[in-house]
Design a binder for this molecule. Structure first.
Ligand code: GLU
Length: 306
């Protein structure tokens, strides 16, 4: 299902849910990501102590949600980062853990988190309209987005890369001339790949990256481009058929999206991130999620209190 950019954000969210549910192989309860999430031999995710006395002075958003529930936007189809098991509805991944640790510091346990699956292109509208209180989903911090939303973090640095068929001879962005390349609407990788210097024949915009995975499998696209962190999960789901090229050509610092004018909440999110980076939760969460792709954690990045 493909919607026009002009579609209402709510419709986009609904469409995404339908797409994710209808997604065949990758949505099956037996796929790798679910095993990764539920794997008994995988290191456990940390437990976060809920701060029952949490208060964020001068935060309009916190004032609204205090003692109730926090609505957090994320992805549902990105194994290792933001993934929802279609059977159990269990959410797993590094982004989900980052969201859980921040929520705990703000006084919300799992029962008081309302998860919302939001695709890349609907993020700014959902944050600005109050549809979500926080957004944690492979969300690159950049100046253009800062005109509409605020960012806590960064909490991780990814890089744009390419997912191709296992027998493809594409080795990096210089090999994309005349090729069809798929990415998600509203994402930084889609925007970048349209730059004339890459000379792609067609930049295909899809609602989700999983739809681009299908395009590469079917041969209607030569490559899927997005962050290496996301692509590793898809390569693991399609072992032997697809591979990550491993030649990153951008820096994508992941931030926690929130209302632009809520500086108090931004400070509280940054305090939470710093505390969990320092006490070892960040690394434990990484090792139990993204780290399962075989890439060891580097040190957490310094948060940027702009
Ligand atoms: N990090 C990039 C972005 O924010 C790509 C991943 C995504 O679409 O979430 O656009």
């Amino acid at each position: 299902m493909k919607l026009r950019k002009t579609a209402a954000a709510a419709a986009v969210v609904l469409a995404l849910t339908a797409t994710a549910t209808a997604c065949g192989k990758s949505g099956s309860p037996d796929d790798k990501s679910d095993k990764a999430g539920d794997n008994k031999s995988a290191p456990p995710t940390p437990t976060y102590k809920v701060n029952t006395a949490a208060d964020v002075k001068d935060s309009p958003v916190f004032e609204k949600i205090k003692g109730k529930t926090i609505t957090i936007g994320t992805k549902a189809d990105q194994p290792g980062l933001g993934y929802e098991n279609p059977g159990t509805k269990k959410r797993t991944g590094f982004d989900v853990e980052i969201a859980r640790m921040i929520a705990a510091d703000l006084g919300f346990d799992e029962a008081h988190i309302k998860w919302q699956t939001i695709p890349s292109e609907a993020r700014e509208t959902q944050i600005a309209s109050g549809g979500v209180d926080l957004y944690v989903g492979t969300y690159t911090i950049n100046d253009e987005r800062k005109k509409q939303v605020g960012f806590g973090g960064p909490y991780y640095i990814a890089g744009q890369d390419l997912l191709v068929k296992a027998d493809s001879d594409i080795k990096g962005p210089d090999d994309l001339k005349g090729k069809k390349v798929c990415s998600a609407s509203g994402s930084t990788p889609l925007k970048r790949i349209k730059e004339p210097k890459y000379g792609v024949a067609e930049a295909k915009a899809q609602q989700t990256y999983q739809l681009c995975v299908q395009e590469v499998v079917n041969g209607t696209a030569d490559a899927l481009t997005t962050d290496d962190s996301i692509l590793k999960g898809y390569a693991a789901q399609n072992k032997g058929a697809l591979k990550v090229v491993g030649n990153p050509f951008s820096k994508e610092p992941y931030g926690v999206g929130l209302k632009k004018e809520d500086k108090a909440l931004r400070n509280a999110v940054n305090d939470a991130l710093e505390a969990h980076m320092k006490n070892g939760d960040w690394k434990k969460a990484y090792d139990a999620t993204l780290g399962l792709s075989g890439v060891a954690a580097s040190n957490p990045p310094a948060v940027d209190r702009y």
